[in-house]
Design a protein around this ligand. Structure first.
Ligand SMILES: [Fe+2]
Ligand SMILES: [Fe+2]
Length: 274
């Protein structure tokens, strides 16, 4: 099963660009086109928050219009830039959005790998936190299907990346989440967003990753005094190859755009080209 992850699109409305520099709608269109054309066919897309830049209805409307071009099922969770009520309204007809009364979190059981989206947002705050209610929901959800390999997706990462201005707004109780997930051995991976930069770690024996961005990236600045800034790295997205039979998750980065090649390594006779 192939699963794409688009994250932190920060969609603006009315032709506006993010920070006056980034045509986030244009980048989303290119990413959607890339996903639709990828072969073998991608089975589903997870959208891990900061779907919009300010979380208002016009931005969600704009986002919704473009997501209609995705030729495969897509599953969104909110980020700190989104407003939960606006998101609920914009995606009211989405099969999973209403699964949990107070938060936007749900399980998707339609694929060989189970997907669980969690709502890590705290209204009005940049950081993430999982309250007792959400943790209890997750624990029960995992206990209901202990034998199916599972990928969890959410906005805020449960670890520090070394990019200080982002680390102070990560998932504040990430240790509690990882302790919970470690009690459910079917959990094979946690896919996050928020940091606008590809990053991977292993926590409690579980692979945890942050997806790269299809538009603007947070600067790779590991100086603890480093300012908050962004760079226009090559747009890219995360692609997971999920092998349910072996419970294995292989994670790739797929660059969005036209590149020179492909060129063969071997000539027609099978000799390595010199
Ligand atoms: Fe973001
Ligand atoms: Fe964020």
């Amino acid at each position: 099963m192939l699963l794409a992850q688009l994250t932190d699109m920060h969609i603006k409305a009315d032709g506006r660009w993010a920070y006056g520099k980034v045509d986030t709608v244009g980048y989303l269109q290119k990413a959607i086109d890339h996903v639709n054309r990828f072969r073998p066919k991608i089975d589903a897309v997870i959208l891990t928050g900061d779907l919009t830049d300010r979380g208002g209805p016009r931005e969600f409307e704009e986002l919704r219009r473009h997501l209609q071009d995705l030729a495969i099922p897509w599953f969104p969770v909110p980020g700190n830039h989104d407003r939960r009520d606006m998101m609920r309204e914009a995606f009211a007809d989405h099969a999973q959005i209403g699964a949990c009364r107070d938060f936007i979190q749900y399980a998707v059981d339609d694929f060989p790998f189970r997907l669980i989206g969690i709502d890590t947002t705290e209204p009005g705050k940049p950081y993430g936190h999982l309250c007792e209610a959400r943790l209890a929901w997750l624990d029960a959800c995992l206990a209901a299907a202990p034998d199916k390999p599972t990928l969890v997706f959410q906005h805020h990462p449960p670890f520090e990346t070394g990019i200080h201005h982002m680390d102070v707004q990560n998932l504040l109780n990430g240790d509690v989440l990882m302790d919970l997930l470690a009690r459910h051995p079917q959990v094979r991976h946690v896919a996050c967003g928020h940091v606008h930069r590809p990053c991977e770690v292993t926590l409690r024996g579980i692979g945890v990753s942050i997806a790269p961005n299809g538009a603007h990236s947070v600067s790779l600045d590991l100086d603890p005094e480093g300012p908050s800034s962004f760079t226009m790295d090559p747009p890219s997205l995360r692609l997971f190859n999920l092998d349910a039979a072996r419970g294995r998750v292989v994670s790739h980065v797929s660059y969005v755009g036209e590149f020179d090649g492909p060129y063969p390594f071997f000539d027609m006779s099978g000799a390595l080209l010199d």
